[in-house]
Design a protein around this ligand. Structure first.
Ligand code: ZN
Length: 325
């Protein structure tokens, strides 16, 4: 890749508005492991660090593959009022109605979920450990992205309503500040009958919250003292302007647990997609695919983490970028 100014600007944009921040993606994939049935959980637990670390691989691909970006969103409002009544769920029907280029331009996340779902079924059938792990991690990423309301609108960063920066505020800054106090447990993985229909349901549910996400911040911005809205903080070696903790707290309060609920639903959906793909593949014996069994210490730590998650009080180890690379 040639490092032109445009490339660098592009990467900066990707980093700013990629999808759930890294923190939330790690956490969603990781906790989804704990809602799987026994026949699956041994394999997933023995690979839990891999599944966690690769929760953001799909975002990293955007740096090198220009066709990757649209897989993370669906600009539903491009299709007018009540878009989920208009967009045909079947790809061919939708492409016939709008053209494939239009679908690509305005985002393909529900179809990407469907595509990766069948890829996972295939990987299970083939007993292909690497493909199972990579596809599970990627599928988890896309399912999580579909839970973010701002991934369902053309106004994804508030750029059309003078609220630029709201994307990272909602999906990165708030979960990072408050995510250790969320209750993430919503029960066991369940079978999804129709992976595409479910993906559209997730998208349409997220879309319903777009208005609140933007409106609450607009109201807050009007009432909050302007000189207290931002602070300068250190990020890496740079000093950057970011929303102040007080502003974040006020916004978090106005959202009344919305981020917590979207993350909780994402965890349930990710585990349910993995589980359903395994069922559709004929429930292969995953214990045979465990290459490196967990040590006793690892087992104990993971058990403690699982117990905490199920009790609704989680403090999960979250990898930093430095640890990962
Ligand atoms: Zn993403």
């Amino acid at each position: 890749m040639k490092w032109t100014t445009r490339t660098i600007a592009g990467i900066t944009l990707i980093l700013l508005f990629s999808s759930w921040g890294f923190f939330a993606h790690y956490r969603i994939n990781r906790l989804a492991v704990f809602i799987l049935p026994k026949a699956m959980s041994g394999f997933y637990k023995s690979n839990i660090d891999y599944i966690t670390a690769h929760a953001i691989s799909a975002d990293k691909r955007r740096y090198v593959d220009s066709t990757e970006a649209p897989r993370h969103y669906l600009d539903a409002d491009h299709y007018g009022k009540d878009p989920f009544r208009k967009i045909p769920q079947n790809w061919d029907d939708a492409a016939f109605k709008y053209t494939a280029d239009t679908l690509d331009k305005y985002g393909t996340v529900p179809w990407t979920i469907q595509y990766n779902y069948y890829k996972l079924v295939k990987a299970f059938k083939a007993h292909d450990t690497t493909a199972i792990l990579n596809t599970s991690a990627n599928l988890g990423h896309y399912v999580a992205d579909a839970h973010v309301p701002l991934h369902l609108t053309q106004n994804y960063n508030g750029q059309l309503t003078n609220q630029t920066g709201i994307h990272a505020l909602w999906e990165s800054r708030l979960p990072e500040l408050f995510g250790d106090h969320y209750n993430y447990f919503a029960g066991k993985a369940r079978y999804i009958d129709d992976p595409l229909k479910e993906a559209f349901l997730i998208c349409s549910t997220s879309f319903k919250s777009v208005d609140s996400v933007l409106r609450f911040e607009r109201i807050l911005n009007k009432s909050f003292p302007a000189d207290k809205k931002y602070v300068m903080t250190q990020r890496g070696k740079r000093n950057v302007k970011d929303y102040s903790p007080a502003y974040c707290k006020a916004y978090q309060t106005m959202l009344k647990g919305m981020i917590e609920r979207r993350m909780r639903s994402a965890i349930l959906a990710v585990g349910s997609y993995w589980y359903s793909a395994w069922v559709d593949a004929g429930q292969p014996d995953l214990n045979k695919l465990i290459e490196q069994p967990l040590s006793n210490t690892e087992k104990t730590n993971i058990q403690l983490e699982e117990n905490a998650f199920k009790a609704g009080k989680i403090k999960v180890p979250v990898m930093t970028d430095a640890e990962k690379d």
